[in-house]
Design a protein around this ligand. Structure first.
Ligand SMILES: Nc1nc2c(c(=O)[nH]1)N[C@H]1C(S)=C(S)[C@@H](COP(=O)(O)OP(=O)(O)OC[C@H]3O[C@@H](n4cnc5c(=O)[nH]c(N)nc54)[C@H](O)[C@@H]3O)O[C@H]1N2
Ligand SMILES: Nc1nc2c(c(=O)[nH]1)N[C@H]1C(S)=C(S)[C@@H](COP(=O)(O)OP(=O)(O)OC[C@H]3O[C@@H](n4cnc5c(=O)[nH]c(N)nc54)[C@H](O)[C@@H]3O)O[C@H]1N2
Ligand code: SF4
Ligand SMILES: [Mo]
Length: 734
């Protein structure tokens, strides 16, 4: 068979770096960065290279597994037997409880496949089920909700114009480690340095002196107080007459309310809460307003507090008020070759609050409900109770608040099926674990990210290798389940109707080709000779730069409110400002605040089995400020117990002055006890036992989990006994 080099791209994180895979005798033997990729030009991070370890992992699930009757462990079964049994059991659930009793949780890697999410959502919609859960309610649903309120479209996601901006204000993101999120910008570190290089500034608001904060300017803030800080920035801008009047008049409605709301929060009144001195806030507001162009960007640090939708709304408001919305170097709308926001709108999928969750009464966001409430949806009887769950590309027992409650509830389902690469903490008791392909084994086009590229770009890849063992693409499994239930899983109602007639003719590949060809850069089915099509992309394996810059002046086309203007006074947000003003800070029993932390060589919960990333005896540790450590008698490398109102966990302490006093950081995605041996041996704890799954603790407008700023206390522990639980034992519920 010989040696082959295949051009592809990484789909672990949103940067989508170009990669070249060496394939020998049908197996990938090396991954290296693609020097000819127009954007990543020879860069890949350690995770991208280490995907080789996942691809070839001896612990990977490569055959369908069925849980052994009455006990632990799995037996290998054939796909035919697995699908026949799953189909029959799904039919039984539907006959008894209706299609609405069947649900799906799709985790983060699902978003990196162009076919997987479309087919899953179509399947549930065809069944009439609302039990659609994703990682978004732990990640970004607040951003979608804010877009619905501001722009009238939950699928519309503005991004910073990195290439041209003079001032980037980063609120709660660490792009030097995360490589950028809700924006796709390979080599983002270079892009940020380029801002400073051309005389601009990058200012990072973060409770931790993160890798990004250290490289640029740092404003230390207390966790979960960004709403106060942003209101004070707006206060200064309005009070000092620094707002862009033309922008407010032409682009917005309701700014009077925003100005009045900000008036109540001068920086002198919020500095005690935020920890940011009033003088710093005033200077920052003036500089932001005075910059020739500026973009205010927030990510998970701004999403996972108690006021995430309000914070996202205020971030965008700052962009509008300073005249930077839809302006070069500002806060802009990308130029996707397939305009998913417009298609979702047309297909009726760009929803927000169209219905509310059965448990907790939360508004749906893009068709999904809060994953934190899955355990209650399983356990609480009544019409619409969740009886059968499929989980694909997700590990919610580690990633969602209160994993212990979820794990217990999963055991009560009539049917629990997982599609994954591994036996994980979540699926170790599933009825079936079905082997999924890795991204190296499937064709793809980054359809969900095309509008987020800061340089408009599109790339297609064929599979690099055949699937290992019997692994299958998720969409094919969904299709088979659709057949078993007599429903079409095609992504929109229109297509589903067609699907009945066209049957198997509608494949993801044909669909994406059609969308590309009829899209803004398309060949319009032959009318435009240089336009895009799959054929054309296949001839450009390193991808195609669609335009050098993001075009601006598109706001009218993007905004869906009847007025065509950005709405700055939605009633939902007004209520949130009132709730903020009434919120109390301090429970003396929990004086510290817990936040998360992402590490360069971890990726959520799923790359801790890659030996390349775990070299050097990496361990899981909570970062604690020296003053806190001293006061509490904690030693570097020693043990401590973190106690929150929801749970407790014993951790190793790392004392570091990168933490602001009063804040503790603990990475999520550790504490393994699945089928991954290297990961299990690495120890650590599930940080989300400390998070609350109570409906009262979720953010009301988007059902977001409260994961950053959790009130905690730290207690010193005398480490006589080993901290790490035995490798494959399940930790006792906290
Ligand atoms: N190496 C690596 N890269 C990743 C991932 C990974 O696990 N590892 N995960 C990927 C995923 S799924 C995502 S969503 C993205 C996330 O991308 P980012 O959001 O850029 O990544 P984080 O490192 O979580 O950055 C959040 C920052 O917010 C800070 N923060 C915490 N609480 C607060 C707060 O209340 N206010 C403010 N202002 N800041 C706060 C944290 O200290 C942290 O520095 O990263 C992606 N990339
Ligand atoms: N405390 C705290 N909790 C958090 C966060 C935080 O910052 N703090 N961040 C949240 C965020 S932003 C996110 S995105 C979530 C992530 O939460 P999840 O998406 O629930 O979990 P992951 O750890 O990403 O697990 C992904 C699973 O998919 C599998 N997998 C990988 N690739 C594929 C594939 O191509 N196909 C299939 N079928 N399976 C695949 C992996 O083996 C793994 O089991 O965690 C959230 N949880
Ligand atoms: S930064 Fe790393 S993980 Fe992200 S796409 Fe690039 S190589 Fe993959
Ligand atoms: Mo995420």
């Amino acid at each position: 068979m010989g040696v082959d080099r295949k051009v592809t791209f990484c789909r672990i994180c949103e940067a989508h770096c170009g990669m070249v895979a060496t394939v020998e005798d049908g197996a990938v033997t090396q991954l290296r960065p693609d020097r000819e990729h127009p954007l990543s030009s020879g860069y890949a991070c350690p995770k991208g290279i280490a995907m080789l370890d996942v691809q070839n992992d001896p612990d990977r699930v490569v055959h369908p597994l069925k849980r052994r009757a009455g006990g632990d462990g799995f037996d290998r079964v054939s796909w035919d037997d697995a699908l026949a049994d799953i189909g029959a059991r799904l039919r039984a659930v539907r006959d008894r409880h209706g299609g609405e009793a069947i649900g799906w949780y799709m985790g983060n890697p699902g978003a990196f496949s162009y076919s997987h999410p479309l087919w899953v959502k179509g399947f549930l919609d065809a069944l009439g089920s609302r039990h659609y859960y994703t990682a978004s309610s732990q990640d970004v649903a607040n951003r979608f909700a804010a877009s619905a309120l501001l722009y009238g479209c939950s699928a519309l996601l503005p991004i910073p114009d990195l290439q041209r901006t003079d001032f980037l204000l980063v609120v709660g993101a660490n792009p030097l480690v995360s490589h950028g999120s809700v924006l796709t910008a390979p080599r983002i570190k270079d892009q940020l340095h380029a801002i400073v290089g051309r005389g601009g500034r990058v200012v990072v608001v973060d409770p931790r002196r993160s890798e990004t904060a250290r490289a640029f300017e740092h404003v230390a803030v207390r966790p979960d107080t960004d709403a106060w800080l942003l209101l004070s920035l707006l206060h200064v801008i309005f009070a000092e007459g620094l707002e862009d009047w033309r922008a407010l008049v032409h682009q917005t409605e309701g700014y009077g309310w925003l100005r009045d709301a900000a008036a109540a929060h001068p920086p002198e009144a919020t500095e005690d809460r935020t920890g940011v001195p009033a003088q710093t806030v005033r200077a920052l507001a003036r500089d932001l307003a005075a910059a020739p162009s500026a973009a205010v960007y927030g990510r998970t640090g701004s999403c996972l507090g108690r006021f995430g939708t309000l914070v996202a709304f205020l971030l965008d408001s700052l962009n509008v008020v300073t005249g930077n919305l839809d302006a070069p170097g500002g806060w802009v709308f990308g130029r996707p070759a397939i305009a998913l926001d417009e298609i979702a709108e047309l297909a009726g999928l760009a929803t927000y609050g169209k219905w509310r969750s059965r448990v907790g009464n939360f508004p749906e966001v893009l068709g999904a409900a809060p994953a934190s409430l899955m355990h209650r949806e399983i356990r609480e009887p009544g019409p619409g109770q969740l009886r059968a769950l499929l989980v694909s590309a997700g590990n919610p027992v580690l990633s969602v608040p209160d994993g212990a409650a979820l794990q217990a509830a999963l055991g009560e389902l009539d049917l629990f099926v997982s599609l994954d690469l591994y036996v994980t903490e979540t699926n170790r008791h599933a009825d079936y674990v079905l082997p999924a392909t890795t991204f190296l084994e499937r064709e793809d086009l980054p359809i969900a990210f095309l509008g987020l590229y800061t340089t408009p770009f599109v790339q297609w890849t064929e599979p690099v290798v055949e699937p290992r063992g019997e692994a299958r693409d998720e969409w094919e499994v969904v299709s088979a389940l659709g057949d078993a239930l007599g429903v079409s899983p095609l992504p929109t109602p229109q297509l589903r109707r067609l699907g009945r007639r066209l049957g198997k003719l509608v494949t993801p590949r044909r669909l994406v080709d059609l969308l590309l060809r009829t899209g803004p850069e398309g060949d319009w089915l032959g009318v435009r000779r240089r336009g895009l099509s799959l054929r054309r992309l296949r001839k450009a394996p390193h991808g195609v730069v669609v335009s050098q810059h993001i075009p601006t002046g598109v706001l009218r086309r993007k905004v869906r409110h009847p007025s065509g203007k950005v709405r700055l006074d939605p009633p939902e947000i007004r209520a949130e400002v009132d709730r903020l003003a009434a919120s109390n800070g301090h429970d003396p029993a929990f004086p510290l605040r817990l936040i998360g932390l992402r590490e360069l060589r971890s990726h959520n919960s799923w790359m801790h089995n890659a030996p390349l990333l775990m070299r050097g005896g990496r361990t899981h540790a909570a970062r604690v400020n020296p003053a806190d450590a001293e006061r509490l008698g904690l030693a570097d490398g020693g043990a401590a117990r973190i106690v929150s109102p929801s749970g407790a966990a014993e951790v190793t302490v790392k004392v570091t002055d990168e933490m602001t006093e009063g804040t503790v950081a603990l990475p999520h995605g550790w504490g393994h006890y699945g089928g991954w041996q290297v990961a299990n041996a690495a120890g650590g704890v599930n940080s989300n036992v400390l998070a609350s799954s109570r409906a009262e603790d979720l953010e009301p407008l988007a059902g977001m989990a409260f994961l950053n700023g959790i009130p905690v206390r730290l207690e010193a522990v005398d480490r006589a006994a080993p901290v790490e639980a035995a490798a494959d034992a399940e930790p006792a519920p906290a």
